[in-house]
Design a binder for this molecule. Structure first.
Ligand code: ACO
Length: 361
């Protein structure tokens, strides 16, 4: 039987995360994404997610120092950033640097891989501006350290909380395209570095992790709340998609969008986001949901995680072409977990294709 884009095909058993697309629920190793978003630090999350998956993972109390060391180890890679690399799209530059990750035991390599995007992306952003990269502080909280390495200043605690919420909220999401790519490569025995690189390359596309930059482009193009409905209807009439809406699995609002919306609202309450931008985004969301209901009455299309990601990362000062790499800072935790599960399964993922071309006469 031909399975269109594998949407209903179960390709793996996992104990890492589960999605109920009709109810709008996401469970991360037994805990709802709402609870993860509101009460887990990034290093708590790494421990929760990878215990039992990575052999020799540090104990809970040792996780923060171990992860601080991993950030320090990853900083060695920054020396490989040259002028040619700075001309590449950021995702491609990050993919090139992943191969330089310091290696040790499988668990040390895995933690270094998790830390690498968080250290290398701030360094790339600073080098692009002609600034020196800043070294990580191994004693700092992970989200705080990333924001400091980007801006050079200590971030506001509300910004740190919002960024931490983002990182833990996007850590894993079933067999999304990038995670599947990781599992396929891991199933060949190619190792975690190759598998994470494959995941990053899959994340890059606008139908997956490349959507939030275009969400901001859309807000810029719309300009004012009054223009929202007209712009959206014209876009749909041209047969184009609205970035930040729709999902392969969810038939209701993506629960991660709610967690990120709350984080954005907390930034707004503290004057840490442009209120005009937020008002525009809320008007665009309302107009888009109305228009999509009329455009596709039989296909529920709701707000996805990328819509509020765009507002959040913009408010935190990340340039829009860095959003996919920032997504990778969180999602790499999920990739490492799935790579571990796949390697333990010792099964090659090798589906078949159906030949529909000409046959020899
Ligand atoms: N805007 C307008 N129409 C849409 C949208 C959208 N955002 N999403 C789906 N549709 C339409 C499709 O054009 C299609 O119409 P058709 O039947 O006339 O061809 C119908 O709804 C069904 O769409 P599918 O392609 O079956 O939906 P699918 O599950 O394959 O797509 C996807 C999911 C790729 C996320 C899609 O909704 C989309 O392109 N959204 C915009 C990009 C985006 O926000 N990506 C981030 C996703 S979240 C993440 O990956 C982290």
């Amino acid at each position: 039987m031909f399975v269109d884009s594998l949407s209903s095909f179960i390709a793996a058993d996992t104990s890492l995360s589960g999605i109920d697309g009709d109810a709008g629920d996401l469970i991360i190793r037994g805990i709802s994404v709402e609870e993860i978003a509101s009460s887990f630090s990034f290093t708590d999350l790494v421990h929760h997610f990878l215990q039992g998956v990575l052999i020799g993972l540090p104990a809970y109390a040792d996780m923060k120092p171990a992860f601080g060391q991993a950030r320090q180890a990853a900083f060695a890679v920054v020396g490989a950033i040259d002028d040619d690399l700075l001309t590449l799209p950021l995702t491609d530059a990050l993919a090139g640097l992943l191969s330089r990750v310091p290696r040790g035991t499988p668990t040390e390599t895995a933690l270094n891989l998790i830390a690498l995007p968080s250290v290398v992306v701030p360094a790339l952003l600073r080098r692009r501006q002609g600034l020196m990269p800043l070294a990580p502080n191994p004693d700092a909280d992970h989200a705080t350290d990333i924001l400091r390495m980007v801006s050079g200043a200590m971030p506001d605690p509300v910004q740190v909380a919002a960024f931490n919420t983002y990182l833990v909220t996007v850590c894993d999401h079933g067999l999304n395209a990038s995670t599947f790519a990781c599992r396929v490569v891991a199933s060949t025995g190619a190792g975690a570095v190759a598998a994470v690189t494959a995941g990053l390359c899959a994340l890059k596309g606008p139908l997956h992790g490349g959507a939030p930059g275009p969400v901001l482009d859309m807000l810029d193009a719309i300009g004012t709340p009054e223009e929202a409905a007209g712009w959206i209807n014209a876009t749909l009439a041209r047969g184009e998609r609205l970035m930040g809406f729709g999902h392969r699995v969810y038939r209701v609002r993506d629960p991660r969008a709610n967690s990120l919306r709350h984080a954005v609202q907390r930034l707004a309450a503290c004057g840490l986001i442009d209120n005009q931008r937020l008002a525009l985004a809320e008007a665009v969301e309302r107009a888009a949901l109305d228009a999509l209901r009329q455009h596709k009455p039989d296909r529920p299309l709701a707000t996805n995680v990328e819509f509020y990601t765009a507002l959040l990362l913009d408010a935190l000062g990340f340039p829009r072409d860095a959003f996919t790499c920032v997504f990778a800072m969180g999602r790499v935790v999920g990739w490492i977990g799935h790579i571990g599960e796949q390697e333990a399964a010792h099964t090659l993922i090798r589906p078949q294709s159906r030949y529909i071309g000409p046959v020899p006469s």
